[in-house]
Design a protein around this ligand. Structure first.
Ligand code: GRF
Length: 193
């Protein structure tokens, strides 16, 4: 069986990207070919290099250039893209090229608390301000809008014992670390394409 070739896009610390790299290192069916970041100073740039994974840093012009990103992925024969804390909107050309082959992780129960500007602690603050009793994570396919594509899986946690952004973040990170790799792997291996 041919290995499926993955690219991970990340803009921040990259704890999810690193979890994927470590989990898939021994995975015979999947190969992480590079991590792409739109920020040269993002934590993921060094931590991915430390894990021995190639890192490609792009600027904001390249991040908005669908033809450039599609060519880049084609050059590396990428089959699937995972967005793990990637904060730029994906250009339409790349969305079309990776229709149902691009997966995003979002730290809320979409469609609640998604869209432009809704990332990281902004999400958790809004969840607390609305006195939600539960929150969670959504893993979904990517379309041309932020946090809007077809949902693959959601996982919930209770907020009964939590009243700080840090507390919500900690619960979300636990869910992300537990579930993202298995959902990504299952989605890819079950896909027909
Ligand atoms: C995660 O909470 C993820 O759900 C969201 O941004 C955060 C990124 O964290 N999209 P990290 O960079 O993976 O540590």
């Amino acid at each position: 069986m041919n290995k499926k070739r993955l690219a991970i896009f990340a803009s921040g610390t990259g704890s999810n990207a690193i979890n994927l790299i470590k989990t898939f290192r021994e995975e015979k069916a999947l190969d992480i070919c590079f991590v792409l970041s739109n920020r040269a100073d993002a934590g993921i740039v060094n931590s991915a290099k430390e894990e021995g994974v190639q890192v490609i840093v792009i600027d904001n012009v390249q991040a908005a250039d669908g033809a450039y990103l599609t060519d880049l992925c084609n050059e590396y024969e990428i089959d699937w893209i995972v967005l793990a804390g990637y904060l730029r909107l994906i250009p339409n050309d790349l969305v079309r090229a990776f229709d149902h082959r691009m997966i995003n992780l979002h730290p809320s129960l979409l469609p609640k608390y998604g869209g432009k500007g809704m990332h990281g602690r902004n999400v958790h603050l809004a969840v607390l301000e609305n006195e939600e009793s539960r929150t969670g994570i959504t893993i979904h396919f990517v379309n041309e809008k932020f946090d809007d594509g077809e949902i693959i899986a959601q996982f919930q946690c209770s907020l009964e014992d939590v009243d700080t952004v840090e507390g919500v973040e900690s619960k979300i990170r636990t869910l992300e670390q537990s579930y993202l790799p298995v959902v990504v792997k299952t989605t890819i291996l079950n896909a027909i394409n």
